[in-house]
Write a protein that binds this ligand. Structure first.
Ligand code: FES
Length: 117
């Protein structure tokens, strides 16, 4: 099962501005609240990615984990997820986590939230 929304276009998501592009430097991350979701936005080598800040193993705050290239390592028990699409890459998690499309518009980082979320 996948929760990757990264392929969705502007007709299927609402893009929400979360920060100015120059507020999130390369290698940094930003935690934002959108509706009832906590979402983590990453700048990895100038590309932006957004995932839900909840590990699918035991609901831990995965967004605080270390990054290994494009994989984030959950600080609680070490599950790995690809921040580009939310796919699970290592046990103990077995379910993907949501990943959201990110775009830059007028110098702002915008995260796309699916309409039916
Ligand atoms: S809560 Fe993330 S690996 Fe257990």
């Amino acid at each position: 099962m996948t929760f990757s929304y990264t392929h969705l276009g502007p007709k299927e998501v609402d893009f929400v501005a979360v920060a100015a592009e120059d507020e999130l430097a390369n290698g940094e991350r930003l935690f934002v609240e959108i509706d009832e979701y906590t979402i983590v936005v990453f700048n990895i080598a100038g590309q932006f990615f957004a995932i839900h800040d909840v590990c699918s193993h035991d609901d831990g705050p995965v967004g605080e984990g270390e990054l290994d290239k494009y994989q984030i390592i959950c600080p609680r028990h070490g599950a790995r997820f690809d921040v580009r699409d939310g796919t699970v890459k290592s046990l103990p998690a077995i379910i993907d986590i949501p990943a959201y499309p990110v775009r830059i518009a007028d110098g702002m980082i915008e995260v796309g939230i699916p309409h039916d979320e």
